[in-house]
Design a protein around this ligand. Structure first.
Ligand code: GLY
Length: 400
């Protein structure tokens, strides 16, 4: 055998060994972090157990818990986190906490004044139904899909995100996430209208929200007469042409999920385009947790957004199952790094601290100075989801 061939073979074996070692060590980090997340979330649950109608939202600057009512857009994430942790732990106490807290969001099945009903009901009742399959939960999901569908405009082809006086018909990239509820409702009810709305929304968003490089605007304001876009801008990003990190996460997750739901190749190709933009972004830090905006003006002296890192990790793990081997390994390795970073002391809370939330250091709305460098329920939700996806993926590979 030629020396060059031996060298190539040795390098391949060494690379394989190091990938395997990294996977094994990430697996043990994931086990430890899921156990911690379960204990921490039960601490959080106990702190609101006696506050009917309240849901955890964030922590104030004194370290105190900030709650919300069920109407706030994040109300479904903590119930969803508990359902995931029940899936992990099989602990009946976690299940009964999940069941109780999920009921607090129930009224939102009838909400028609914003698009967030998808986040609220799919994360809570959607996960409840997957794990416990109770008929009343199924009815809630279908009702919520009906409520969300009332916001669809045929001329535009999208669901309206917000009712705000300053914009005629604003649609935000976050809304991609709410399409999963519609697809699930079609599966549960046999009514294909929900699915058709989801596909139309994803097609229209692909056409109008994205720049040629694969980054998304946060908001597109549509014209209800022509059906076209009147304005494209960022509401939560650093400036109108910037690449707001969480918005990119919503898009990456949304198109990956819509490919899973529809099998449409254009969604897969689009998800790949977004993923490749983000993982190769020169401003993506070494720990792979993005700054709150990829173009924030003072990088590297800007805050990271753990929520964006968690959403990206969860999406990349799913996307890694749909793409050829090389790309799959690349996506999985970035997601592994993100999970490892989020599981480090820098981001992971200490037991009983951080007002009971799992992760520190997310950025809610920078320009409003709201929930900046704070824990957030959706960071915790997607972090736990990413770890479960990783664990399931590796278990499935081991079984082959
Ligand atoms: N959906 C609102 C946000 O991502 O901040």
């Amino acid at each position: 055998m030629k020396i060059s061939k031996i060298l190539l073979l040795t390098i391949s074996v060494l690379t394989l060994n190091s990938c395997y070692a990294k996977q094994k060590s990430t697996q043990s980090i994931v086990e430890k972090s899921l156990k911690f997340s379960t204990e921490q979330s039960m601490i959080l649950y106990r702190s609101i157990e006696k506050m009917p109608d309240k849901l955890p939202r964030t922590m104030n600057s004194d370290g105190g818990l900030v709650t919300s009512n069920d109407k706030w857009w994040t109300s479904g994430f903590f119930p969803g986190t508990l359902w995931y942790l029940y899936q992990y732990s099989n602990d009946e106490k976690v299940k009964s906490a999940a069941r109780e807290i999920t009921q607090r969001v129930k009224k939102q099945q009838y909400t028609t004044d914003n698009h967030d009903v998808g986040f609220m009901i799919n994360c809570s009742f959607g996960n409840a139904y997957k794990l416990a399959a109770l008929a009343p939960d199924k009815a809630v999901i279908i009702n919520a899909a009906r409520s969300l569908s009332t916001r669809f405009n045929v001329k535009i082809g999208c669901i309206k995100s917000w009712d705000k006086k300053e914009w005629e018909y604003p649609v935000i990239i976050d809304n991609m996430m709410n399409l999963e509820l519609l697809c699930e409702a079609t599966r549960l009810s046999g009514d294909s209208s929900f699915y058709k709305i989801a596909v139309s929304h994803a097609d229209t968003t692909l056409k109008y929200h994205y720049r040629p490089d694969g980054s998304a605007y946060h908001v597109v304001n549509y014209d209800t007469i022509t059906g076209g876009a009147k304005a494209k801008f960022n509401h939560q990003g650093a400036f109108d042409e910037s690449t707001w990190a969480r918005g990119q996460g919503w898009g990456l997750y949304g198109y990956t999920m819509m490919y899973r739901e529809t099998g449409k190749k254009e969604y897969l190709n689009h998800a790949i385009k977004i993923a490749n933009l983000l993982i190769n972004y020169p401003n993506l830090p070494e720990d792979k947790i993005p700054y709150w905006d990829f173009n924030a003006p003072n990088i590297p002296n800007e805050l990271k957004d753990a929520s964006a890192g968690a959403i990206m990790a969860s999406a990349l793990i799913e996307l890694s199952t749909f793409v050829p081997k090389d790309l799959s390994a690349k996506y999985l390795s970035i997601a592994e790094q993100q999970i490892r970073s989020l599981s480090s002391d820098k981001y992971l809370a200490k037991k009983g601290k951080n007002a009971g939330f799992i992760l520190k250091h997310s950025v809610g709305f920078m320009a409003k100075d709201s929930e900046v460098d704070a824990p957030l329920t959706y960071a915790d939700y997607y972090y736990v989801e990413a770890m479960l996806r990783y664990k399931n993926l590796l278990n499935a590979t081991d079984d082959k």
